[in-house]
Design a protein around this ligand. Structure first.
Ligand SMILES: Nc1ncnc2c1ncn2[C@@H]1O[C@H](COP(=O)(O)OP(=O)(O)O)[C@@H](O)[C@H]1O
Ligand SMILES: [Mg+2]
Length: 246
């Protein structure tokens, strides 16, 4: 794969679940280093698209190319190697409740039968949770849990980060923190980021392009005019007054 090759190529991709066309003839390229927002209402096919990019599912029509390869042509071992280059972040965090933050971040390495305590500590520090390393998920706020999940996703140095509604269960301040962190991972880890969300403000805050899905069809892809979700220094009161018009 050449440096300037797209990280993801979708060519006329369809995913059919029985009578439901979850995705219908979607063609899209995602370039190295970009942040692309995939937006659409509930049921539009956003998660279906993201699952293709993780090689978790294959299309029923068309072709997906990830890091220059077609996952349907790979062996199980090759798929596992490919998936190490892809990190996933979920709305519900998907942390193991009976493991500390540190153990959760270390988990992808353990699954590869390796370990790197220094890297794990460095990543916890990077996401601002060095002092919470030995806390369990139940002892962390939603925003902190998502930051642990981001550290866990980064521990294999993935290159492609897939985020499925990562801020949809977080409040305004935690949303800002998580978006800011995602944006900085592009700079600090050379990550390409696919941000799936129904929150248009989140895409406006960090994405370069937006792709709009509607009932499985890709309706439009266009450059994003950036705007801050909320002023970072806003107090909650100032924010409430601005949004509610006091
Ligand atoms: N595993 C599945 N089996 C059957 N239908 C599914 C499955 N996954 C998604 N769908 C259907 O495909 C459509 C798109 O779903 P999804 O990709 O989850 O949308 P979104 O993430 O945008 O809310 C919906 O109509 C959904 O019900
Ligand atoms: Mg979804």
């Amino acid at each position: 794969m050449q440096d300037n090759d797209p990280v993801v190529v979708l060519e006329h991709v369809s995913v059919q679940y029985g009578d439901v066309a979850a995705l219908d003839d979607v063609t899209l390229e995602i370039q190295q280093g970009e942040i692309i927002g995939i937006v659409g209402e509930s049921g539009a096919g956003k998660s279906t698209l993201l699952n293709l990019l993780d090689a978790a599912t294959h299309p029923t029509g068309g072709r997906v190319t990830l890091h220059g390869t077609d996952p349907t042509q790979l062996s199980g071992r090759e798929i596992r190697l490919l998936r190490r280059r892809i990190g996933m972040i979920f709305q519900g965090f998907n942390l193991l409740a009976n493991r500390t933050a540190r153990q959760n971040v270390a988990l992808p390495l353990r699954l590869q039968r390796t370990q790197d305590p220094a890297l794990v500590a460095e990543l916890l520090d990077y996401v601002g949770l060095a002092d919470r390393a030995d806390h369990y998920p139940a002892q962390l706020s939603g925003g902190q849990k998502q930051r642990v999940a981001i550290a866990r996703a980064l521990v294999t140095r993935p290159g492609l980060l897939l985020a499925d509604e990562p801020t949809s269960s977080l409040d305004t301040r935690a949303t800002e923190d998580v978006l800011e962190l995602l944006a900085s991972t592009r700079r600090d880890f050379d990550a390409t980021i696919v941000l799936v969300t129904h929150e248009l403000e989140s895409v406006a805050a960090i994405a370069d392009r937006a792709a709009v899905l509607e009932r499985g069809a890709l309706r439009s892809v266009f450059p994003v005019v950036r705007s801050a979700v909320h002023e970072r220094r806003d107090s909650y009161l100032a924010h409430a007054q601005r949004v509610l018009g006091a």
